[in-house]
Design a protein around this ligand. Structure first.
Ligand code: PXG
Length: 285
């Protein structure tokens, strides 16, 4: 059976799910999205993802032509009709079909919901951890385009991802305009030093990741001290452990950065505990 895609209120076959070449999502990368996991048939952190979607929409002055309740029902229907138990939902809102020219206010927004599988890194990297690099390209300045907006315009991250691929590694750290650590191309970054878990603050120019929020919450529940703090690349180099979080990536260890071993150069004990706790948590909540 072919996959069914939810497109502007209808469930259509994947081969029929089409968007106009005049859609400003294509013409200008004008739109927003969410990437959400479904575990055990439940949409993980559903309300947080939808809240961020509506916040992103506000950030770019896009009126989503559906209510929160309608979008929730649409996501649930898309998962159900495709008979998924565990999957990944890509929910996107494009500015929609309009005229050539940047003016977004001639467009009628389109909403598309894809339920499918995703794997960001090969399975063996989850056991061994990742080697990553620092990208030379700077994370976009918050006053240019806030990284808090999950926009369809991912060129900044893609340029960093290309640097990673060129270097033969799967991921890159992006620094902000001040040279501080921001995040990776599709994940938030954490470090552990002397038993304390640290991650950059919102004001360091990051997407406020839902998985990041869950991991901070797990730290609290497990009695692991944690804080949001501006970090330099040097902080990562001298960390005991580094790991990444994201809806697609889940929680994954980083063992090497810029060819330097982090700590002992293997998956550390705090990371291991948080990975296990995360996998338990997603099946409970
Ligand atoms: N930073 C950036 C720039 C992201 O794109 C995260 C952090 C983590 O946020 P969440 O809320 O997912 O914990 C992201 C999320 C993909 C893909 O297809 C990327 C993300 C999510 C889902 C799929 O590469 N990035």
């Amino acid at each position: 059976m072919s996959l069914k895609i939810w497109l502007d209120g209808e469930l259509v076959d994947k081969s029929e799910a089409k968007i106009s070449v005049y859609d400003h999502g294509l013409l200008y990368g004008d739109g927003i999205f969410e990437g959400i996991r479904v575990y055990n048939g439940r949409i993980f952190e559903r309300d947080a993802h939808l809240r961020r979607l509506f916040d992103s929409a506000r950030g770019i002055r896009l009126d989503i032509p559906y209510t929160l309740e309608q979008l929730i029902a649409a996501c649930e229907e898309t998962v159900r009709i495709n008979k998924f138990i565990d999957c990944y939902i890509r929910l996107l809102v494009t500015r929609g079909k309009g005229n050539l020219g940047l003016n977004p206010f001639t467009c009628k927004p389109s909403v598309c919901i894809i339920a499918d599988s995703i794997s960001l890194y090969p399975q063996e990297m989850y056991e061994k951890g990742l080697s990553i690099i620092t990208a030379t390209v700077t994370r976009v300045h918050p006053n240019a385009l806030s990284p808090r907006i999950k926009s369809l315009n991912y060129l900044n991250n893609i340029l960093a991802k290309i640097e990673a691929i060129d270097a033969g590694v799967p991921e890159a750290i992006m620094l902000n305009q001040n040279g501080a650590v921001a995040e990776c191309t599709g994940d938030n970054i954490f470090m552990v030093r002397d038993g304390q878990v640290l991650t950059p603050q919102t004001s360091d120019g990051i997407l406020e990741g839902i998985t990041r929020g869950v991991v901070l919450c797990l730290c609290q529940r497990m009695g692991i001290p944690s804080a949001e703090k501006t970090l330099q690349r040097h902080d990562l180099y001298i960390a005991d452990e580094v790991f990444l979080t994201g809806s697609a990536a889940e929680v994954i260890a980083v063992t090497h950065i810029d060819n330097r071993a982090i700590g002992l150069g293997r998956v550390g004990p705090v990371t291991r505990k948080l990975i296990d706790a995360f996998h338990r948590y997603v099946r409970e909540n």
